[in-house]
Design a protein around this ligand. Structure first.
Ligand code: GBH
Length: 476
């Protein structure tokens, strides 16, 4: 028994990936509606227009959570349902607010603790068009703070707030590779706009400022009466040296994590960017003003950790190209001796390697002083799952094993290494819109039959988590 009695566990989702109803009750478009409409951006040409229809099936989703035994649920709010045009002087849509207020009431009524993500990539499209969205520090931060305040006020019952989900993805995939909305990149065959060498670092900086402003607002004006907590969720993969004997590969392992995670976490815990990033990026990486340092430093009540996979890291020599965002290194699935890091999944970037989870929990805990951690996402796709017959899909032993191995690695990090993990939200409750990969890649513990009225079928993995956590959580 290695997890504390009040350990929170359950499942996670995000608004644009599950809700559908994009024109319902006054919602305005987000950058993902716009991006999906551009031919070639989404693998199967789809969008989140219908997705899992969860906007209309909140009852069904809550019943499912209950059936699976979850005590917590992480979901995100669609900003453009609250303020269709997004900005602080734009009209507020009461119907959007009412929807989430009712949803939280119903969750709590069902005994499920809500974790709310304010921003999971679906920026109101009007803000992108009006002033360049994340690229405009003053406007974006002010508008995000205003939106966050509306939600804090409307949902005092929520005690766990996440400002941003994976700002790395918004910055790098949105403004360097162009793989995600709004699709900026220097590659003119993919986008008429973008500067892969500069924009991502500006976007990352501005998201940090917006995060910190929302945290300050919560702490000053809501936390004293509501008593909740707030933090950011960062994504990052575990790293192992390609050549364990080569000090340059060992150093590159840390640098990879610094470029992915410490880019955001160092400013939040230490008030500065990592030296490795400053060294490589020079003045393309923005500087924090003294006021910004004061705002950003210390702006986490907890660390939200999204984690899926691991890579072998091989350092590169020579001057990296200007658009490099990894830290002058290669990420590989095989090491020098030909060992493979883990089996293939449907996601080109994901190979299970549970020991990496334990190692990364330790890396983060050491660097940031053993903060309280919520694992806000962890999960896997399964090679070829979309083409399997339903009976086979429902016997997802590969995913059962993934969760078993990863949750046990986490429990060991808590019991044996002293990491302060207090919650775990599996990704995902439902198969859903997997962004640029469309619906071909499934991450759900529940199969969603998109061709037949979005009917839900819990897979074996859905039912595997309750007994697993029951065996690991100490009774009072
Ligand atoms: C999460 O990101 C998201 O929060 C969630 O919405 C999503 O459904 C889930 O993963 C499953 O994908 O080769 O540069 O294109 C996970 C972290 C980081 C994984 C970026 C994919 C792409 C690397 N993601 N990565 S790249």
């Amino acid at each position: 028994m290695s997890l504390p009695p009040d350990f929170k566990w359950g499942f996670a989702t995000a608004a644009y990936q599950i809700e559908g109803s994009v024109n319902e009750d006054g919602r305005g478009p987000s950058i993902w509606d716009t991006f999906c409409a551009i031919p070639g951006k989404i693998a199967d040409g789809s969008s989140g227009a219908v997705a899992c229809d969860s906007y209309k099936r909140t009852k069904e989703d809550i019943a499912l959570l209950k059936e699976l035994g979850a005590n917590s649920y992480r979901f995100s709010i669609s900003w453009s349902r609250i303020i269709p045009l997004g900005g602080r002087n734009d009209p507020i849509n009461q119907k959007g607010i009412d929807h989430y207020v009712k949803f939280v009431d119903d969750l709590i009524e069902a005994g499920i603790t809500p974790f709310i993500t304010l921003f999971h990539w679906d920026l109101p499209d009007a803000l992108d068009k009006r002033y360049g969205g994340f690229l405009n520090k003053e406007e974006f931060a002010a508008d995000f703070e205003n939106y966050a305040r509306i939600m804090f006020k409307a949902i005092p019952k929520c005690k766990h707030w996440i400002t941003f989900n994976e700002p790395w993805c918004s910055a790098i995939l949105g403004y360097n590779t162009g793989y995600f909305a709004p699709g900026h990149t220097s590659d003119r065959s993919k986008s008429p706009v973008g500067d892969s060498a500069r924009e991502p670092w500006i976007v990352g900086h501005n998201i940090l400022i917006a995060h910190a402003r929302a945290v300050k607002a919560y702490r000053e004006d809501f936390k004293p009466t509501q008593g909740g907590e707030i933090g950011i969720t960062l994504n990052g993969d575990a790293t192992l040296p390609w050549d364990p004997e080569d000090p340059a590969d060992i150093e590159a392992c840390d640098r990879k994590i610094e470029f992915a995670i410490s880019w955001f976490a160092d400013p939040i815990y230490f008030g500065k960017y990592p030296d490795s990033m400053r060294k490589q990026l020079g003045d393309r990486l923005p500087e924090f003003t003294p006021e910004e340092v004061a705002l950003v430093k210390g702006s986490n009540d907890f660390y939200g950790m999204n984690h899926y996979t691991a890579n072998y890291i091989k350092h590169k020599t020579g001057v990296p190209p200007e658009d490099d965002f990894l830290g002058n290194l290669e990420t590989l699935f095989y090491n020098k001796y030909g060992d493979c890091i883990g089996p293939e999944t449907q996601s080109f970037w994901l190979r299970p390697h549970a020991q990496g989870f334990r190692d990364l929990l330790n890396w983060l805990s050491k660097r940031y002083g053993y903060p309280k951690i919520y694992v806000t996402e962890n999960g896997t796709s399964l090679k070829g799952e979309n083409d399997m017959p339903l009976e086979q899909v429902l016997e997802d032993d590969f995913r059962v094993k993934y969760f078993n191995d990863y949750v046990r690695a986490m429990a060991a990090a808590v019991a044996e290494d002293g990491c302060n993990v207090r919650g775990y939200l599996a990704w995902s409750l439902l198969d859903n819109f997997e962004w640029a990969e469309g619906y071909e890649t499934r991450f759900g513990v529940t199969y969603v039959d998109y061709a037949n009225d979005q009917k839900r079928y819990p897979k074996k993995s859905a039912k595997s988590l309750k007994p697993l956590f029951d065996s690991l959580i100490r009774k009072e």
